[in-house]
Design a protein around this ligand. Structure first.
Ligand code: WQD
Length: 331
């Protein structure tokens, strides 16, 4: 197999590229480098700079590298930004996806893996979210991921392409500091950012209907997310083209509240994570925790890292990219 990874110079794409290379797969990456970093990629990976909106470029990469399968990560992924810039999100995430799918169908690529998100569920009112939990995305980012799944499935049926869409829950950590996500848009890096700049971490609301009043999420190490993609790629390789059409959650199946995460971050890093409680963030569901049963059944995969390892790797990566952080934290 030769896999095309769109967005492969990104945070999750970079982790998947490395694990697929380690598994002996041939990889080519297409990335517009708007947020991706070529330094994330192993030397043996061919990197083509380009946009998934450029149909000719995508078709050329598929033909010139003999691509037989595609993992599609290229997308915008910030919830708040998607609310302010829906045109950007629908263009990049939907038209970009369609362009890649059209090129795949035309060039005879018969295996396609799509990077989706737990954002498709919106505010699920269940203890554990299964793949049949009703989807009601609450922002353009989540909408583009749900509609993206529909398009992937429809293209698979119409053109005999085997497809798997993977819904990520709350991803954090890094297998090596170089592969870390530089963005400060999620809880763990936001806590590091606040504390190492002399401020208390913020808790967005402590009056939710949860045991300690703070929101509960399913936090998963990015290395586990990457290994789930390797397992999915293996399944697509083993099945006959067009035979597979799956949508799978990637989570640990256990929830931690914001307060529990702050306590864990303090325990793992030695940071003082005493928080400042502020008002709720609009659109935050009280609890979003995955059932990881279907991916275990379909791919034989389960998460192997615990949340403490995830936090430790995130802190190591943060200190690598912010050398002053450790000193500031001990001040
Ligand atoms: C987690 C919890 C916050 C920061 C988002 C996307 C989702 C997926 C994962 C891409 C929430 C609380 C946060 C802070 C806080 N991304 N919080 N103080 O919102 O669960 O999911 O990232 O696929 O699509 O929606 O993640 O890390 O932003 O927040 O109290 O400084 O931590 O309110 O309850 P979220 P998050």
């Amino acid at each position: 197999m030769t896999w095309l990874i769109t967005g492969g110079a990104g945070y999750i794409g970079g982790h998947v590229a490395r694990q697929l290379v380690d598994a002996g797969e041939r990889i080519v990456v297409l990335d517009d480098l708007s947020t991706g970093d070529p330094a994330r990629l192993p030397a043996e990976v061919a990197l083509v700079k380009g946009s998934t909106l450029d149909r000719a470029a995508v078709s050329a990469v598929i033909r010139e590298h003999g691509v037989t399968g595609i993992l599609h990560f290229a997308a915008k992924k910030q919830v708040g930004e998607s609310v302010e810039h829906p045109f950007l999100y629908y263009r990049e995430n939907m038209i970009g996806l369609q362009t890649v799918l059209e090129a795949a169908a035309e060039e005879g690529v018969r295996r396609f893996l799509f990077s989706s998100s737990a954002a498709v569920y919106g505010m699920p009112d269940v203890d554990l979210v299964t793949e049949t939990t009703p989807c009601a995305p609450m922002n353009p980012y989540g909408e583009t991921k749900l509609a993206g799944e529909w398009l992937v499935a429809a293209a698979g049926r119409a053109h005999g392409i085997s497809t798997i869409s993977l819904r990520y829950f709350n991803v954090a950590g890094a297998s090596t500091p170089e592969l870390a996500d530089p963005g400060v848009f999620n809880l763990v890096p936001m806590v590091f950012e606040r504390i190492t700049t002399g401020r208390a971490p913020l808790v967005f609301g402590d009056d939710y209907p949860t045991p300690d009043g703070t929101c509960v999420r399913d936090y998963i190490h990015v290395s586990d997310v990457a290994s789930a993609h390797v397992a999915a790629a293996r399944r697509l390789t083993e099945d006959r083209p067009g035979e597979t059409a799956l949508v799978l959650n990637i989570g640990c199946g256990e929830g931690l509240s914001v307060r529990e995460m702050l306590a864990l971050i303090g325990e793992v890093t030695g940071l003082d994570t005493t928080p400042e409680i502020t008002s709720r963030r609009p659109g935050d569901p009280a609890r979003v925790v995955a059932s990881a049963e279907l991916i275990r059944r379909e791919l034989g995969w389960r998460a192997r890292y615990d949340v403490a390892e995830m936090v430790a790797s995130a802190w190591e990566a943060w200190c690598h990219h912010h050398p002053e952080a450790r000193r500031a934290a001990q001040a």
